[in-house]
Design a protein around this ligand. Structure first.
Ligand code: FAD
Length: 468
């Protein structure tokens, strides 16, 4: 069997035999499908990654089977990467060096539920975790809007925040990510335990420094959540209401998203339920906060058009509010028109609707804003994930420059290297652990710009760079 990726000279037929009894998928269509994620949101990444494929897929069902896969990878020098639901946006799950793709979705059990925490295998879909928690009156402290198709391990390795983050902070905030088990890629693979803040040595490393097998995550009491849509006659007013709600902790919002009225034109199943041409505030609140929510919206000049529990929403045939939040907002537009893309920006603190209005005036019609509120280290923060009507990279970078000139930082979504986006610079703690857990550098190393310069150093020497 020749190399589908064209990047390895490994005999993949022999490799598949060596991997037995682990299930393997070796048809080109199966491998190609599992070599993709949502990088197609970006025209720049589409050009860079479209021709990158793995060579073989293995589907381990137990930690023992996973250890066998990693032992084989180590023995044959196979490039290897873990894959969950494949919903990452930066080509995180694309095998840059070809090789073995580990489909983690068969390691999918909830292992233990305690008071305020859940321990589960990394390949489980997050909706399944929440289903199991419901029986205990609890839910995950946060999860991405892709919770029906994305895995817990993929979220920890590639994600950062989500629904619940305005109440409970982002994943890296103390107490949220409580523990991880992570397997190394060595001659005799074994699991390492990371607890408390040590989990940050693995979190958001894009799977470059070990394969996560188990996650312990904070849970919170479940509430009778209501999906809410409020509308405003200006984006500035909607944003101001978002700031007010984010600070009103007693209301207990689990989600606050602001969406430009022009994007709403791409939400056909919502359109007949809300007035046309108005900017949206999308939220989730506990049932007990209906009146308080209405009061804040009205004080900011808006109207609370929909406040529905799940049964009412389904009866009205309205999609879940998740569909209008985080990267689902962009997806609604892309489903209709692939010429759009998006970008990720921060907002200067303290949050001020007037700053956003000034920036909007400078941006023109190619940028349609969409903001997500969250808490980080206790403070209310906000990210802008606008829809951008893309012409070419020069236009995108000019838009970035306008944001920066107004004090709004860029977290580039059009880069396939871990140092390029949210991290901005090399994380030497991640890389020191990569050296310990993956001494041969088999775990998708091309995804790190900094790895080449440190791969021959000891973990301690790499860590020293973090200190300097
Ligand atoms: P994958 O895409 O399969 O993998 C992501 C990364 O993790 C890859 O680098 C992969 O190699 C690595 N990985 C996967 N499993 C393991 C493992 N067991 N051990 C080690 N490494 C592993 N992100 C958010 O943070 N919040 C959101 O609200 C959000 N909304 C989204 C909405 C849409 C429509 C889309 C397309 C994306 C969104 N994302 C969001 C990004 C992404 O969906 C999440 O980060 C998601 O949790 C990734 O999980 P996954 O199982 O799909 O991971």
């Amino acid at each position: 069997m020749t190399s589908l990726s064209g990047k390895t000279d490994i005999d993949w037929r022999a490799a598949a035999e060596m991997l037995a009894p682990v299930e393997v998928l070796n048809e080109d269509a199966q491998i190609k499908k599992r070599s993709r994620d949502f990088f197609w949101y970006s025209p720049i990444l589409t050009e860079a990654l479209d021709a990158c494929f793995g060579d073989l897929v293995a589907v381990p069902k137990t930690a023992e089977e996973l250890a066998h896969c990693l032992k084989c990878a180590y023995a044959l020098d196979m490039p290897v990467l873990a894959r969950g639901g494949g919903t990452g946006n930066y080509g995180q799950a694309v095998p840059m060096d070809g090789g073995l793709i580990l489909d983690m979705t068969a390691m999918n059990q909830v292992l233990e539920v305690g008071d305020g925490w859940v321990r589960a295998q990394a390949g489980i879909l997050m909706d399944r975790v929440n289903d199991a928690l419901k029986e205990h009156g609890q839910e995950m402290c946060m999860f991405p809007s892709t919770s029906n198709i994305a895995t817990l391990g993929g979220f920890v390795a590639g994600g950062s925040a989500g629904i619940g983050s305005i109440a409970n902070g982002v994943l890296r905030d103390p107490g949220n990510l409580m523990g991880l088990k992570v397997m190394d890629v060595t001659a005799d693979p074994r699991e390492h335990v990371f607890e408390g803040t040590d989990t940050l040595q693995i979190h958001h490393a894009w799977g470059l420094n070990g394969i996560i097998t188990e996650v312990t995550l904070r849970t919170v009491p479940a509430e009778d959540w209501q999906g809410c849509i409020a509308t405003f006659d200006s984006y500035e007013a909607a944003f101001g209401a978002g700031v007010a709600l984010a600070h009103a902790r007693d209301i207990g919002c689990k989600l606050i998203s602001i969406v430009d009225a022009r994007i709403v034109e791409y939400f056909p199943r919502l359109k007949k339920h809300i007035p046309a041409g108005r900017d949206l505030l999308v939220s989730m609140i506990p049932d007990r906060s209906r009146d308080a929510f209405r009061d804040v919206i009205e004080a900011q000049g808006g109207t609370a058009d929909l406040i529905l529990n799940d049964a009412e929403r389904k009866a009205a045939r309205i999609p879940h509010v998740y569909d209008f939040s985080y990267n689902h907002t962009t997806l609604q537009v892309l489903r209709k028109d692939r010429s759009a893309t998006y970008q990720q920006y921060g907002c200067p603190l303290p949050l001020d609707a007037a700053d956003v209005a000034k920036l909007r005036a400078a941006l023109g019609d190619d940028v349609w804003m969409h903001h997500e509120f969250s808490r980080y280290e206790g403070d209310v923060t906000c990210a802008d994930l606008p829809v951008i009507w893309y012409k070419d990279e020069a236009q995108l970078r000019a838009i970035d420059a306008t944001y920066e000139a107004h004090g709004f930082p860029v977290y580039d979504a059009h880069t396939w290297q871990v140092e390029g986006g949210g991290l901005k610079s090399a994380d030497y703690t991640h890389l020191a652990w990569k050296k310990r857990m993956d001494p041969k550098g088999l775990l998708n190393s091309a995804k790190s710009r900094a790895w080449g310069a440190v791969k021959d150093l000891t973990p301690e020497e790499i860590e020293a760079r973090a200190a300097s």
